[in-house]
Ligand binder design. Sequence first.
Ligand code: SIN
Ligand code: FE2
Length: 213
Amino acid sequence: MQAGLFPPELATEVLAPGACVLRGFALDAAPGLLAAIAEIARAAPFRHMTTPGGFRMSVAMTSCGALGWVTDATGYRYAAHDPESGGPWPAMPEALLAFARRAAAAAGHADCRPDACLVNRYAPGTKLSLHQDRDERDHGAPIVSVSLGLPAVFLFGGARRKDPQVRVPLAHGDVVVWGGASRLFHHGVLPIAQGHHPATGAYRYNLTFRKAG
Ligand code: SIN
Ligand code: FE2
């Protein structure tokens, strides 16, 4: 087969009903997405939040959009203000919103209107334990998750915590979308391996777009 006949943008893998991986969908947008992350982090620096159980999260996080996801001793929730600054989160850049809408549409979720974008930063060794994204008010809208930089192994399970999980290798530019029947499926990220990525150095970044309010 001729190389390049099927551009990576068209390589879609179904994980579950309503869930798929769009391989390489963010490759062209990646430089702009990374520039937007740097801008967001200037206004709302990455921080390690504390879980309600008192554990410091190894993933560093920030947010943009009308709402940002936060965790502290009182619980997990979305907040209109950054608890570090007391001010609103940085606005969601138009290019990020447009990208998220394109990705959702490519995955079969038309007219998605996210109002929150959580930005995760993973250093080697960092992981994200199995969880559900269920703090959003609107579970009718999908989650759009963009991987940038160092590769990761994404775990995608089912509705119950004990359901079997598939291990999905995610590379720079891959996008995972889950909504509909799999919107509340459990997922997580295995510890990131040591490495260097030309676009992000020693980090993996992940953007998750959500309709939270
Ligand atoms: C998340 O579940 O919020 C992030 C997933 C990822 O980093 O791939
Ligand atoms: Fe999540």
